[in-house]
Design a protein around this ligand. Sequence first.
Ligand SMILES: O=C(O)CCC(=O)C(=O)O
Ligand SMILES: [Fe+2]
Length: 352
Amino acid sequence: MFKVGDVKEIALDDGSVKPLKMKTLSLKPLMFEIPNFLSADECAHYIKVAKEVGLEESLTISPEIALQRFRLMDINQDKLLSMEEMMLTIQGAMDVFLDKEDVLKMYNETNFDQNHDGSINEEESKQFTPADMRTYVEDLVKDSPEKRSRYSEEVWLTDENSVEDTIFQSLKERIAKVTQLAPQIIKRSDFQVLKYDIKGHYNVHYDSSQKLNIAKYPCCKHRGEKGCRYCRFMTVMVYLNDVEKGGETAFIVAGNETVDHKYIFLNQMTNVYKECDAAMLKVKPELGKMVMWYNHLVDQDTNWIGELDENSLHGGCGVTKGEKWIGNFWITVSDEVEKDLDSVVETTKDEL
Ligand SMILES: O=C(O)CCC(=O)C(=O)O
Ligand SMILES: [Fe+2]
């Protein structure tokens, strides 16, 4: 039905003269781009509102969880933590991507590697605590934010802080039109503005959650809710400015037949700050351009949100000149199409 490279015209009913041009970028994940989805004025508007509401640093792993996760990863179980294993330990616990030189420097500046052989044996591992290592790594990334898994600032634009904002309301209508989803589903999704400075980036991740233990972890109704999983069926992302250099969005395994997570992890392929060029598909940030993709496959029985699409792994490459602003619209649904359709009816009733 879709073919990579195909362009489909979508006429808007809002008086726009030109139809939008939607190009298919990939089938795995199913992904499209629409240039000039937002005008320069609209982009400037979101940047202004984001600044007014106030941006905050984007976080990944909280310091408490980092401490819990610090179990030394002796992958080959030889009771010795090699350089690579130490790099993966720090990555898994703190979402920080060190290279060999950084680990050697850490060993030189601390007493972790007492016999100076470049690895940590059982005896040495008992001489320091996870907290010692965390303190060292936290200090290191203060000056080297490019080693973090994510370096950006963000703000959420919600109906509370933006309900009067007609530009924001019209964006939702436009998204409903191009995604062909009910406006009410779009309405309860989340919109976030992100800013990246130089060295800003976001290493590889999924925007949604795996469909494990559905009964135990139902779809979250609200962002930040605990004990649930993200059901972000689609991501709609708009670039709000032209980036002088860098800042592409990288889909590292787009179009691949299989996705080997172990290989990706062990080879540090998730580090798009360093490995951006290795990605299968890269999208260049351009003012007003929108990209949208499905984070999930379609369930054959329900015709609604299915398994996570493993090919949707992606990240934001490092900004090397200028700054980068984007808007993310996460289309959030529930597991059951009936529930979603009911809520559509409910919301419509509320509005009458
Ligand atoms: O900055 C980008 O290009 C990607 C951002 C992203 O993946 C996210 O915010 O979830
Ligand atoms: Fe993302």
